[in-house]
Design a protein around this ligand. Structure first.
Ligand code: HEM
Length: 409
């Protein structure tokens, strides 16, 4: 094991020796036992990125809620050089700029707009399932189903023509891997990520120009129209927002659907409860699936001023990693946290973040996930995994399956 792959506890009275590295390739399939050992060994751990990681619910929630922590321009150290091109996107900004941009976008992203999308998403899911049955019983669910729903939905929202959607999902895949810290990317992966950002920006530059000339009622059209107190989105803001929405609404929801189906297939009693709609009212099986296996494993924050957290001092500009996927299995916050329990009463998991950056697309992701999973379980009640071994993408932040081969009947 290379030296950089051992992680030492750095805070907390418990001490303890090195634990395995949850970011190592061997941990992709199941990082959860490593997260558990880390969480139990100490409050914070030094990582191979030279940035401490917090894994307990209380720390992650406190830092996400604390306005002294933010995105800070310094967090670019954890990102790609060229990715700075999308620094204007509001997930990367702090108030007051974040408040302004998010406010303008949220207007075009209202609960009514999302709820009105139900029939279209249902139609999409049914159509894709028809196609899968038509090609025979054995299918690869990731490409044939899990990718297709979120990509189509976000592209239709933005007004991207159907013929460009395949290209888009390839770029989004490069971007997903490119979110990981530079240290773990190969030169090829970094190059593909930078190329994808350039391509996205080029593409949307043209689309925005078209929409400015001829107004439309899709999300992009509404973003152009969105105004508040004389304020509006500049072309640069629009560009950054389009890339953010396309990307944020993409790989994450793909993982929700595919990780979720996998977790249910591995827990047949839980699958039966979802399929038979045998769930208490105050539960949400979708929230339980993202708690259990979070599509975004961690986020980073930067100290916006000198501060102290849990006895440790941070200078302005210092970073931390908050391992949401580990916090979501903290026994201090959840009963029997390693167990998938689709009937769990509403839980305050962190899979969609918390505080001012709480996922703007959470309602859309829940709707897509619910329709995708329920429709599939209804149409293919006897669905089963094939013996083919499962492989994961190399991504550490946006952990997800590479393929999900199943038999539909
Ligand atoms: C922010 C997760 C789907 C749009 C976030 C954050 C997380 C997250 C953890 C917070 C990032 C941080 O605090 O640093 C997820 C998951 C999804 C999902 C797990 C699916 C299961 C979506 C969808 C959209 C979307 C479908 C839109 C189409 C956004 C945006 C932000 C965000 C715009 C930035 C919010 C801000 O900075 O104020 N998401 N997301 N997400 N998400 Fe999602």
């Amino acid at each position: 094991v290379p030296a950089c792959f051992t992680i030492d506890p750095i805070v907390g009275p418990e001490g303890g020796g090195p634990v395995d590295n949850p970011f190592a390739a061997e941990a992709r399939e199941d990082p959860y036992p490593i997260y558990r050992r880390m969480r139990e060994a100490a409050t914070a751990h030094d990582t191979m990125f030279g940035v401490p990681a917090y894994l307990r619910y209380a720390d992650c929630a406190a830092i996400l809620r604390d306005g002294r922590w933010g995105r800070g321009s310094g967090s670019d150290r954890l990102r790609g050089a060229e990715d700075k091109g999308n620094r204007r996107s509001f997930v990367r900004q702090d108030p007051p700029e974040h408040t302004r941009l998010r406010g303008l976008v949220a207007k075009a992203f209202s609960p009514q707009v999302i709820a009105a999308m139900r029939p279209r998403i249902e139609q999409l899911a049914e159509g894709l399932i028809d196609d899968m049955f038509a090609t025979g019983g054995e299918v690869e669910l990731l490409a044939q189903y899990a990718y297709r729903i979120p990509v189509t939905v976000i592209c239709e929202m933005l007004g991207v023509p159907a013929e460009d959607q395949v290209t888009f999902s390839r770029w989004a895949r490069f971007l997903a891997r490119g979110q990981d810290p530079e240290e773990v990317l190969t030169p090829d992966e970094a190059r593909r990520r930078n190329g994808a950002i350039r391509n996205f920006r080029e593409y949307f530059r043209e689309l925005i120009a078209k929409r400015r000339a001829e107004s439309t009622t899709d999300l992009l059209g509404r973003l152009i129209e969105a105004r508040e107190a004389g304020d509006s989105l500049s072309d640069a803001d629009l560009l950054a927002t389009c890339v953010l929405l396309l990307f944020a609404g993409h790989e994450t929801t793909v993982s929700l659907i595919s990780n979720g189906i996998l977790a249910l297939l591995r827990n047949p009693d839980q699958l039966a409860r979802v399929r038979d709609n045998d769930l208490p009212e105050q539960s949400s099986f979708i929230d339980e699936l993202v708690r259990y296996d979070a599509p975004v494993q961690f986020v980073s924050r930067t100290a916006l001023q000198e501060l102290e957290h849990d006895g440790r001092r941070f200078a302005k500009g210092e970073h931390v990693l908050l391992i949401l996927a580990a916090a979501n299995r903290d026994p201090e916050a959840f009963d029997d946290p390693e167990r998938l329990d689709v009937a769990r009463p509403n839980s305050r998991h962190l899979a969609f973040g918390l505080g001012i950056h709480f996922c703007l697309g959470a309602q859309l992701a829940r709707l897509e996930g619910e329709i995708a999973i329920r429709t599939l379980l209804r149409r293919a009640p006897a669905m089963a995994l094939t013996p083919e071994p499962l492989t994961y993408k190399p991504n550490i932040i946006m952990r997800g399956l590479q393929r999900l081969p199943v038999r539909l009947k």
